[in-house]
Structure formats: structure tokens, C-alpha cells
Design a protein around this ligand. Structure first.
Ligand code: G3I
Length: 298
């Protein structure tokens, strides 16, 4: 953060919004904005972009993002290896454990090795839990059971010794939900059995008026035994200045919280554009929430 020097404010972006949208790119590049110094690829590091066809890797978009970050002095949050969504159908169709294990290892070794030393962190597993707190159905879970978690984290650690390894999920603001409790219990168990989990990411695609719960949630997540937590995909319905300031202060108040990533720059390109959840409007003008955050930080 601008005032504290240590924590980051980042954004999700990708090649299209950097190469073909100069106004957006200028905001991302600008150090006068809230020190955006971490970038998360919104889509370019997902399995269906990088390895849509088995063993045919396409790094064009992800290389662009990583090179852009390096040339502009920013860090990268890698997103994401194991996710049930944006997963090619050839992976979803695998039925046997040996093949799936080999495919996961190969995917992680190819991508992990390529970006080793160039990403700050990886979302190794994304959205593993249901609202009821059970493990979500996916090809990973149905073929390998919970062991895919250990397999994935250990593989990423093997090919990238420096990145912080995260487990990431949504709807983890109220610390009383089954998904939230399940995340904490599973992470405790996995860490105690040696799975190299460094951090928990809470996506924080928030409704209006719930920001007051974020600080307690961050503290509880940090209490699971990870060394850090982060808000990884923040956007807030209608982007009220007080909600944004409350979330910002929550991260500042929790020492394990390393930073906040906004899920985009302008409402125009947001995945939920109708909710106007970001800090810049459809014309790339800073909104009141942006000004309020600056005021709170300085
Ligand atoms: O790449 C194709 C393109 O070839 C095609 O012409 C176009 C036509 O619709 O679609 C393009 O793919 C789209 C992709 O974004 C890239 O733009 C997909 O249809 C679209 O579904 C996809 O949406 C992304 C979504 O994840 C997919 O689940 C959003 O941009 C992205 O913001 C969103 O991000 C997720 C996080 O990864 C995980 N947490 C939730 C978050 C919001 O859903």
C-alpha cells in the first residue's frame, strides 16, 4: 500500500487489456495509482488457455503478462493450476489415476518451470469446496480423491522453489459458513501432513454492505497455520467508498495479510460489469471509492 510500503495493491489483467487498450494500460502501469505492483492474469494462465490440447503448450498470452510485469517493475500472482472450470474437456474425460497424475505433473512441470523465479505466488488449487463444506466434484476429486491436493502442491514446489503456494476460494467472508470452516480444517490437516501450503487467498467478490466481516475472516484464515493470506479478486457490488475503505483497512490491520488484488480496473471490462464493482468507471475515470482509498492511506 502506498502509505505502508509493504503490502501490495494489484489488479487482474491480460494481454488484450494491455496491448489493445492504451487507457487501461496506462492505469495499470502508473505508479501514481495505488502502487499496483502485482498483476494476476485474469485468464491467460488457466489450463484451457495454456494446454488446450494435450502436451501442446501455448504460452503466448501468459508470456506477455509475465514479460509486461517484469518490464514495468511488477510482480505476478500465478492463477491457477487446479480448477474445475476453464479446464479442457480432454482433462475432464480422464478416468484413471495414473494418467491423471501424469497429466497434472506434466502440466505443472511445464508451466512451473517456465515461470520459476518470475511469479511471486501461485494459486495452486482454486475453489475446492462447496457451500456445504464438502470437496467439490471435479475430475481431480473423483479420480484421485483428496490426494490431488498434495500431488499438486508438491509438484509446484518441486518446479518452483521460490513462489508462495496458495489455496484460493470464494464466499469466505463470513467466518461461520461451512465452506469457510472446511477450508480452515482442511488446510490445518494438509499442513500437518506436510503439504506445502503457504497461503490462503480469499477472492472477495463481495455484495454491498458485508465488508465489515472481512477483518475477522482474514484473521481466522491466518490462524489455520499458513504464513500469509491475501484478498485475491476483490470487487464490490456498487463499489461504495466505505466498503472499499473497510476492506483496505482490514488487510492493513491483519499482519498476515500481504495485499489486495482488484479483479480488474474498469467497470467496463469487469466480469460483472452490471454491478459496477471496480475503482474506475466505464470511461476509466477514478470513482469515489478510489479517492476514498487514497485518502485512507495517506
Ligand atoms: O477465449 C475465448 C475467446 O476465444 C472467445 O472468442 C470468447 C467468446 O465468448 O470467449 C473467450 O473466453 C472467455 C474468457 O473469459 C476469456 O475472455 C470465456 O468465454 C469467459 O467465460 C471467461 O470468463 C472468465 C471467467 O473467470 C471464467 O470462469 C472471466 O474473464 C474471469 O474474470 C473469471 O475469473 C474468475 C477467476 O478465475 C476465479 N474466481 C472467479 C472469477 C470470476 O468468475
Amino acid at each position: 500500500f502506498i502509505a505502508k510500503g509493504k503490502k501490495y495493491w494489484g489488479t487482474a489483467t491480460d494481454i488484450g487489456l494491455l496491448l489493445n487498450n492504451t487507457v487501461n494500460e496506462a492505469i495499470v502501469r502508473s505508479q501514481s495509482f495505488l502502487i499496483i505492483h502485482k498483476l494476476t492474469p485474469e485468464n491467460s494462465m488457466k489450463w484451457d488457455i495454456i494446454e488446450k490440447t494435450r502436451y501442446a503448450f501455448n504460452f503466448i498470452d501468459s508470456d506477455y503478462l509475465v514479460d509486461y510485469a517484469r518490464s514495468t517493475g511488477k510482480l505476478v500472482r500465478g492463477h491457477t493450476f487446479i480448477w474445475h472450470s476453464q479446464l479442457p474437456s480432454w482433462v475432464s474425460a480422464i478416468k484413471d489415476a495414473a494418467t491423471l497424475t501424469e497429466v497434472i505433473e506434466n502440466h505443472i512441470s511445464s508451466v512451473g518451470t517456465r515461470y520459476s523465479g518470475r511469479v511471486y505466488s501461485w494459486d495452486v488449487c482454486n475453489e475446492l469446496f462447496t457451500a456445504e463444506g464438502t470437496m467439490r466434484y471435479s475430475v481431480f476429486y473423483s479420480v484421485l480423491g483428496e490426494t490431488f491436493v498434495s500431488l499438486a502442491f508438491n509438484a509446484v514446489r518441486k518446479y518452483d522453489q521460490t513462489a508462495k503456494l496458495y489455496i484460493n476460494d470464494y464466499n469466505m467472508v463470513s467466518n461461520a459458513t461451512q465452506r469457510f470452516l472446511s477450508m480452515i480444517n482442511h488446510v490445518k490437516t494438509w499442513i500437518s501432513s506436510g503439504v506445502p501450503i503457504d497461503g490462503i487467498g480469499t477472492q472477495a467478490h463481495l455484495s454491498a454492505g458485508v465488508a465489515g466481516d472481512v477483518q475477522a475472516a482474514l484473521s481466522a484464515l491466518a490462524g489455520s497455520g499458513v504464513s500469509e493470506v491475501a484478498i485475491t479478486e476483490l470487487d464490490i457490488v456498487q463499489a461504495s467508498p466505505s466498503d472499499y475503505v473497510t476492506v483496505t483497512k482490514a488487510c492493513l490491520a491483519v499482519s498476515a495479510c500481504v495485499g489486495i488484488t482488484n479483479w480488474g480496473v474498469s467497470d467496463k471490462e469487469s466480469w460483472r460489469t452490471q454491478d459496477k464493482p471496480l475503482l474506475f468507471d466505464n470511461y476509466y475515470r477514478p470513482k469515489p471509492a478510489y479517492e476514498a482509498i487514497i485518502a485512507a492511506l495517506t
